[in-house]
Design a protein around this ligand. Sequence first.
Ligand SMILES: [Zn+2]
Length: 422
Amino acid sequence: MGKRHLVVISVDALVYEDIADTRELPLFAELIRGGSLIKNVRTVYPSLTHTVHASIITGQPAGVTGIVSNTVFTPGSADMPWYNDLSQIKCETIFDLAHAAGAVTAACRWPVTANAGDKIDFLIPELMDKDLENAGGDVIRGYLNIGMTECLKGIMERAISPSHTMSHVEHPEYDEIQIDCACEIIRRYKPDLLLTHPGYVDSERHRTGLFSPYVAASVKKSEEWIGRLIQAAKDAGIYADTDFVILSDHGHLPYSKIVRLNKLFADEGLISIDDVGHVTGWEAYAHSSDLSAQIYVSRPEDAELTGRVTELLHRWRDEGNAGIGEVMTACETDRAYGLKGDFSFVIEAAEGYHFSDEWQGEAIYAEPPAAPGLGHSAHGHRPEKGPQPVFIGFGPDFEKGKVTDGGSVLEYFAMFRRILNI
Ligand SMILES: [Zn+2]
């Protein structure tokens, strides 16, 4: 391996508008001045965290990675399992290439990296509520069960013990733990490649709206974490040979109403539900990607059924009362975005609407804000809409003061390969 190190920090849902005014963000100002900035980086469809992170480490859209949503389509489940294992990605990842080239790799809470085996040398996977539950609330056991590297046990124990034991799956405590671990991995093991993913900005956006004071505070906090990672590279003596990449996965759009598409399908007799509310059968079923949804048809080759679902979706869109903005066939989304799967249609939410997987209750309801003056926002929408992700590259391979408008998250894979010389 060459002497270059690469630290990738994905600040979930960071957009250019967050750092356009750097008066309160001196480190961001310094990184932008001393590095390269890309505004308006186009993401993939659906613009969901796990989908985009799989695309970033492969250079491929969702139809190729197979990570077509955050969760695995499981009709009848009120809580569909998340895509979390590296093996669920159907194409070559940066970890495959780096491992084959003999590079030392590390990932801290990078989505879809669990149970990576020897593909990732130092791994702290993303711990889901269910993983913690399955381990009886034992955090260390939970992490080890999903493939945390054995030798990181001590680092994790130290990170979760003293100051932030409040929650291991909530922000910002979760991020604090992950950044502590990432810094310690850099100091001890000096990996060639380390990827980490603080999610606080995204979580505050969901909770309080697109540009609330809480979001601004989470951007400030994320800046502090970036500073700690840079300091760790200095402590490790690798700073001069390290490139830092700060990127994000998607923007957000505001919404205030939630649509239970599967309730609408159930009302049309396309989903059957028993007396206790369980799904007993389905012919059409919506899998929510929050601001879009993938519509599955049980017998896609059945022209009558597919025709009926097509007609329904178009009618709902035209009537304007089901929160549907656009109806696309899977062929159309494949051509436009490289998004394909076992679903037949993709629908995009109308402005202000958010889709859910639920099949019971009111078909459409308003979600009240967390407090007066606040709102909600989410993502999963078509990538060209709304505020866009941003990129900052800082280090020996990045030109100082360069500002570019336009790029794609699919270009990062080749960039990482160039930097690592693999
Ligand atoms: Zn995200």
